[in-house]
Write a new protein. Structure first.
Length: 122
């Protein structure tokens, strides 16, 4: 069987948030473009992290630390009120079967219309 690559727009039905089902989170509170401003100084909150923060939310970024199974995203959530960043992970994982194919790789990519999970099947 040849390799198959499919792209799925990051959404509640194909993602988890901090390991929990996405249905527990209001997806309208995520800042996918890094445009929200916080009313407090966040330098103390993020001291020691490799994130340069003023009061504006950072753009979501990819964490490659679990490359064995998938990429995942760090996305600001309720930034104006709390300055929170959550991990958004794909439900797809390398080694799992989907239909008759085995997932071999899952990457996150940003396109003009948003973030996508790029799933490679064998």
């Amino acid at each position: 069987m040849s390799e198959l690559i499919k792209e799925y727009k990051v959404a509640p039905d194909n993602s988890t948030v901090c390991g929990y089902p996405s249905k527990y989170f209001d997806w309208g509170k995520f800042d996918w473009k890094g445009e929200t401003y916080h009313s407090q100084d966040l330098q103390k909150l993020f001291r020691g992290l490799k994130v340069n923060i003023d009061s504006k939310a950072p753009k979501p970024w990819i964490d490659h630390s679990s490359q064995l199974y998938y990429d995942y995203l760090h996305v600001p959530y309720e930034w104006a009120e709390h300055g929170t960043i959550y991990r958004v992970r794909p439900k797809y994982k390398a080694g799992n079967k989907r239909g008759k194919r085995i997932i071999t790789k899952v990457q996150a990519i940003e396109k003009l219309d948003g973030w996508y999970w790029v799933v490679t099947y064998k």
